[in-house]
Design a protein around this ligand. Structure first.
Ligand code: ATP
Ligand code: MG
Length: 425
C-alpha cells in the first residue's frame, strides 16, 4: 500500500471543522481590518526565494523543495508567502490599482525539516502584508490583527514578544559591539554560532543551545544602539500597543538576520506547546520590495502557523455543525416524494441527507441515528397518498404528521424556534 510522505499529514473529516473554523475566522478578521485576499501559486522560480529569503538562512540553506522543470528552470515549492505576495504585488502593479495595499493569504507552505511535534513538511499559514507606509501605527495594526485572531479563537496565556532591529546602519553599528563582546568567548559557542559570527552574527542571539544562550544573556542589546528615528519609531509602536491594551514583552533575542528586515520584529508564543511554541511571527521588511526590483516600498506583515494553532485551539471555539435533517422515503411513492423533498429542503438552505442503501423504515431510522440527524422526515406510501409527511424529533422522539407543503416551514420552526420576545411581538 502506498502511504503519505513523512512529515506530511492528511486532515481527516473529524478535524476539518477545526480547520474550517481557523480559516473562516482568518477571512472574517482580515476583511474586517480592510485586507484583501491574494492567492499566489504554490511554486515559483527558485531565484525568487533564494533572493528574498537570503542565502544565510535555514530555509534557503537546507529546507527548500527545489526541482528542475522540464526545460531546466529551477522551481521551488513555496516555503513561505511573503516572497510570492511581493512578486505578485510588483508584477500586477497592485500599488496603483488598489488603494489599501493590504493583502492576506491562507495556504500551504513546504519546508524540508525534521518532522516533530509542531513541525511538518507541509504546513498551513495565514499571513498578511501591508505595503506603502512606514508609520508605526501600521505595525500596531498588524500586531492588533494577529492578537485579535488569537483572542477570537479563545487562545489563552499567550505572550507577545517584541523587539526593534532598527535600520541596516543601526545594525552595522551594533554588530561591532556584539562582535567585540563575543570574540573573547568564541570557543564557548556552538559550531553553528562560530560559523554565524562571519555569516550572520545577529542569529547568534536566537540560538537555542543553552551554552550560547547563557553567554548572550549578557550581550549588548540592539535597542540600546538604535538611531534616534528608529528609537522613536519603536517607542511609538509600544505606546500605541499600550493604548490598545495589548500586552507585550520586549525580547532582545528576537532578531531577523536578513538585510531587508528593519525596525519592528515580533512573535507570539503559547505555553501549551512544547519546543515549537511560536504560533505566529512577523515584522517590518522595508527593503524587500526594492530588493525584488520594485520602487522603495516600506512593508510590514506576519505569518501564523495554523497547524500549531490547531493544536491549542479550545474545543468550544470550533463552530458546531448545522443540525441535520434525514429524509426517510420508502416504498415506491414514498421514495419518489423523498427525492423531491430532499432537494427542496437543501434548496431552502437546510442541511439534509438520506441513505440510498436503506429501503425499509427500520433501516432508514437506524441510518438517521448513525448520522446523528436531529430531525427525520418519514415518507411512506401511506403518507404520500394523503399528501402528508411525518416529522420526528430524534432526541425527544416526538412525532407530528403535517401536509407535505408545510414541511419546510415546520422544519425551519423546529430548527430555530423563535425566542419568547419574538413570539410576543
Ligand atoms: P521556527 O523557529 O519554528 O522554525 P520560523 O522562524 O522558521 O519558525 P516563520 O518562517 O517565521 O517560522 O513562519 C511563521 C510561522 O509558521 C511560525 O511561527 C510557525 O508557527 C509556523 N511554521 C514555520 N515552520 C513550520 C513547520 N515546519 N511546521 C509547522 N509550522 C511551521
Ligand atoms: Mg524554521
Amino acid at each position: 500500500m502506498i502511504r503519505s510522505i513523512k512529515g506530511i499529514k492528511d486532515i481527516l473529516p473529524s478535524h476539518s471543522p477545526k480547520w474550517q473554523t481557523l480559516e473562516s475566522r482568518a477571512h472574517e478578521l482580515a476583511r474586517r481590518f480592510g485586507f484583501m485576499e491574494i492567492r499566489i501559486p504554490i511554486f515559483e522560480q527558485t531565484e525568487l526565494f533564494s533572493r528574498s529569503i537570503g542565502g544565510a538562512t535555514d530555509i534557503v540553506e537546507k529546507e527548500m523543495y527545489t526541482f528542475p522543470d522540464r526545460d531546466g528552470t529551477s522551481l521551488t515549492l513555496r516555503p513561505e508567502g511573503t516572497a510570492g505576495v511581493v512578486r505578485a504585488f510588483l508584477e500586477h502593479s497592485l500599488a496603483n490599482q488598489f488603494a489599501s495595499r493590504k493583502l492576506y493569504y491562507i495556504g500551504p507552505m513546504f519546508r524540508h525539516e525534521r518532522p516533530q511535534a509542531g513541525r511538518f513538511r507541509q504546513f498551513q499559514q495565514f499571513g498578511v502584508e501591508a505595503f506603502g507606509t512606514e508609520d508605526p501605527l501600521m505595525d500596531v495594526e498588524i500586531i492588533t490583527l494577529l492578537w485579535q485572531y488569537f483572542s477570537l479563537l479563545g487562545l489563552q496565556d499567550l505572550t507577545l514578544h517584541i523587539n526593534s532591529i532598527g535600520t541596516l546602519n543601526d545594525r552595522h553599528e551594533y554588530l561591532g559591539h556584539l562582535r567585540d563582546f563575543l570574540l573573547p568567548h568564541l570557543d564557548k559557542l556552538c559550531g553553528n554560532c562560530r560559523r554565524r559570527i562571519d555569516t550572520n552574527p545577529l542569529r547568534i542571539l536566537d540560538c537555542k543551545v543553552p551554552h550560547c544562550r547563557s553567554l548572550t544573556d549578557k550581550a549588548p542589546a540592539l535597542i540600546d544602539h538604535l538611531s534616534p528615528p528608529s528609537a522613536s519609531h519603536f517607542r511609538e509602536v509600544l505606546q500605541n500597543l499600550a493604548l490598545l491594551k495589548i500586552p507585550y514583552t520586549i525580547d532582545h533575542r528576537l532578531v531577523r538576520g536578513l538585510d531587508y528586515y528593519s525596525m519592528t520584529t515580533f512573535e507570539v508564543t503559547s505555553p501549551a506547546l512544547g519546543a515549537q511554541n511560536t504560533i505566529g511571527a512577523g515584522g517590518r521588511y522595508d527593503g524587500l520590495v526594492e530588493m525584488l526590483g520594485g520602487p522603495p516600498t516600506p512593508a510590514v506583515g506576519f505569518a501564523i502557523g495554523l497547524d500549531r494553532v490547531s493544536l491549542v485551539l479550545p474545543e468550544n471555539a470550533i463552530s458546531p455543525p448545522s443540525p441535520l435533517v434525514f429524509v426517510a422515503g420508502f416504498g415506491e411513492a414514498g421514495q419518489e416524494a423523498g427525492v423531491k423533498l430532499l432537494q427542496e429542503i437543501r434548496n431552502a438552505g437546510i442541511t439534509a441527507d438520506t441513505d440510498y442503501r436503506a429501503s425499509t423504515l427500520k433501516n432508514l431510522l437506524r441510518s438517521a441515528d448513525r448520522l446523528s440527524a436531529s430531525i427525520t422526515i418519514i415518507l411512506g406510501d401511506t403518507e404520500t397518498k394523503k399528501g402528508t409527511a411525518i416529522l420526528r424529533d430524534m432526541v425527544t422522539k416526538k412525532q407530528e404528521e403535517i401536509p407535505i407543503s408545510k414541511v419546510i416551514q415546520t422544519l425551519t420552526y423546529w430548527i430555530n424556534p423563535p425566542s419568547p420576545s419574538q413570539q410576543n411581538s
